[in-house]
Design a protein. Structure first.
Length: 387
């Protein structure tokens, strides 16, 4: 019963709006991304669904409908290289109870109510091409296995590399390309901003399609402040369970899957003045696991964009991800995953209001334990077309 509350809310809202407003006003649109790349770093940009912002093409198509003055529906589908059919990226209702206030309730497959990268998940809002590590990169901790410490470190650095074959499904800090089913309240009362919600899965492993963690859910949110124009700061957090129910066969006596939590704390800052935009986010995260204890990691990114003449801009992003230590059966103490850095920089140009072109270079630096650093580079030219 507790899993049906979203469907009940959505059904009731649609029924009420239909009887009150009759026909809905529907708007259609989309975003086409095409890219050409060179280098060996593309695999490190793959998402849980196998696509990448560096793919030869990726198409988002969507519609939003105003059912009444206070109720809207948002639906978006995505198609990329290797997919056989469209997949829903988002599908939710948004209720605005007071037209004079910035206060809304979202229900359905909703954007994450944490962090500030959400709007830049769309290529025409992103000054670069790639996404920050914290929103995309898959760690060595698998969702589909219960590894020992030795098995975990044997696969260090492989969570992203094994992703296309689905052999070892590593979890990211936040899976920005896989929004979850839930309910959230969002809005602002200047200078404050807020977004708080409950989702069926967790930021590291959403569950919009099937429910593997029947008794689990995550609570999350962000509280921000915008004291003056061009300054914005906030903190976000998430806490919930992540272990699938079938882990029960590997649990110690007296333990339940709901005893294993996933927690995330974040901070963000945004500064804008004249042609300059500076943004950054940092995080601390841990997973409580069955056989490897509490696994922690931390990191963040800093991003800059400066506008040039005639619709051009320069942008750059630098970031890192680091992991806590574990001890193997051979008494070796080392990080549970390989640290990774990412640097991306480039130039962009707005050809028209709907068309943008970017040329970027990206360097990924992996730090294996007791081994030489590994560099994986990528160069790309990409075009975003809004229609």
């Amino acid at each position: 019963m507790r899993r049906r509350w979203i469907v009940v809310l959505a059904t009731a809202a649609v029924a009420a709006s239909a009887s009150a407003a009759g026909a809905a006003e529907v708007r259609f649109g989309g975003l086409l991304d095409v890219a050409a790349t060179a280098g060996n770093g593309d695999v490190l940009n793959r998402t849980s669904h196998g696509d990448s912002p560096f793919d030869p093409y990726r198409v988002r198509v969507g519609a939003d409908a105003s059912l009444t003055t206070s109720l809207q529906v948002y639906v978006q589908m995505i198609l990329h290289e290797g997919m056989q059919s469209l997949r829903a990226d988002e599908a939710y209702l948004m209720w605005t109870p007071w037209q004079s206030r910035d206060a809304h309730i979202e229900a359905g497959k909703i954007p994450w109510p944490i962090g500030t990268f959400g709007p830049r998940t769309y290529s025409d809002k992103n000054p670069l091409i790639g996404a920050p590590l914290m929103y995309q990169y898959h760690t060595a901790l698998p969702w589909n296995k219960v590894p020992t410490v030795d098995q975990l470190v044997a696969n260090a650095g492989m969570g992203q590399l094994l992703l296309p074959a689905q052999q070892w499904i590593g979890m990211p800090v936040i899976d920005d390309r896989w929004w979850d089913v839930g309910v959230a309240a969002i809005g602002s009362q200047r200078p404050l901003e807020y977004s708080f919600g409950v989702t069926r899965g967790s930021p590291g492993w959403p569950e919009p399609q099937s429910v593997e963690n029947v008794k689990g859910q995550s609570v999350m949110g962000r509280l921000g402040i915008a004291p003056v124009a061009g300054v914005r700061a906030g903190v976000s957090g998430s806490w919930g369970t992540w272990a699938p129910d079938w882990f029960v066969y590997s649990l110690p006596t007296g333990k339940k899957t709901t005893d294993y939590h996933e927690a995330l704390a974040m901070a963000d800052l945004e500064l804008m003045r004249d042609r300059w935009e500076l943004r950054g986010e940092g995080y601390l995260k841990y997973w409580e696991t069955v056989a490897t204890g509490t696994l922690r990691l931390h990191g963040g990114y800093a991003e800059a964009r400066v506008g040039l003449a005639a619709g051009a801009w320069l942008a750059a992003r630098a970031e890192l991800m680091r992991f806590s230590d574990v001890t193997t059966s051979a008494a070796i103490t080392r990080p549970w995953d390989d640290g990774v850095d990412r640097y991306e920089a480039g130039i962009g140009y707005r050809v028209t209001r709907e068309v943008q072109v970017r040329v970027v270079g990206q360097r990924n630096v992996r730090h294996p334990f007791d081994a030489p650093v590994i560099h994986q580079d990528l160069g790309a030219i990409a075009t975003s077309i809004r229609f």
